[in-house]
Design a protein around this ligand. Structure first.
Ligand code: GLP
Length: 272
């Protein structure tokens, strides 16, 4: 049984659950995903999942693999779409999100290879726009995303949708596309790339429009480094300058699963 939250709050249609530690939050995220898969299977439908990478969701995938093995959760009727990928990058590069997904989930469950979609970091430059547009068309053809798992950047990015000075209307209409990484994202990625100068500057990211269209969103944020992004996303103005705040333009279900450290500066306000 996943641990209980230490605080539960509702705000502008979103549910915010604060947990003592990241593992407890990740167990809840994994249970939500498993429930979505089971629920869709019981209706003879495939479950369409939007998946995130980064260090934050690693325990979610560990837990899902355990549920697959111990509780026979099948991924045979699951279709996945990953949020983003560096560009250009080989799928064998140790920083490739495709490699990450194979290591953390794809190779350990019965997900059909053709059902596991990751944006193509090897697409020739002249075809990237078509690769991105096709991704949105495929998601739509699959009936849209049932559950989108999200992390958050220290600058409030979701996927690689970086802070911008666009209007809200334009930002929430952004499709899947090629983008350039924000300076904060480059600093944060430097550790895994072995230096800032080695960080791949481009990425293809699922668009904000695509993300917001998911029927359910579960967003994870852990640690003091995410504290200000979490506070601004939940309590600050809705603004493309902090892309995660745009989740508040949704009417569909959004659940924040955060740990005590990431929630430190909002706990008092949320408890009111
Ligand atoms: C990366 C990814 C995001 C991820 C975020 C946080 O740049 N593009 O999808 O949510 O940054 O990463 P981490 O979970 O490692 O803090």
């Amino acid at each position: 049984m996943p641990a209980e939250p230490i605080l539960e709050s509702s705000r502008e249609g979103a549910t915010i659950l604060v947990f003592e530690d990241p593992l407890s939050a990740c167990a809840v995220a994994a249970e939500r995903i498993a429930a979505t898969i089971r629920d869709r299977a019981s209706n003879r439908r495939k479950a369409v999942l939007g998946l995130a990478t980064g260090s934050t969701p690693e325990p979610v995938y560990e837990r899902l693999v355990a549920i697959h093995k111990q509780e026979s959760l099948s991924f045979a009727n699951v279709v996945t779409y990953n949020l983003d990928e560096y560009y250009p990058i080989s799928p064998f590069d140790r920083n490739s999100y495709r490699l990450y997904m194979h290591q953390k989930l794809f190779d350990s469950v019965d997900l059909p290879a053709a059902s596991a979609h990751v944006l193509d970091g090897t697409a020739p430059a002249g075809f990237v726009d078509e690769v991105a547009a096709a991704y949105d068309r495929w998601i739509e053809a699959d009936g849209g995303i049932d559950l989108q798992l999200l992390g958050i950047g220290r600058n409030g990015h979701i996927g690689f949708n970086e802070p911008s000075d666009l209007t809200i209307e334009r930002a929430i209409a952004l499709p899947t596309r090629l983008v350039s990484l924000h300076p904060t994202t480059i600093v944060d990625a430097a550790r895994s790339f072995g230096g800032e100068d080695k960080v791949i500057r481009g990425a293809i990211t699922m668009g904000i429009k695509t993300i917001l269209a998911a029927r359910s969103i579960v967003i994870l944020a852990f640690g003091a480094g995410k504290e200000s992004a979490v506070r601004d996303a939940i309590l600050g103005p809705i603004s493309p300058a902090l892309p995660a705040s745009l989740l508040r333009t949704r009417t569909a279900e959004t659940t924040w699963l955060v740990d005590r450290a990431a929630a430190r500066s909002i706990v008092a306000e949320l408890s009111r």
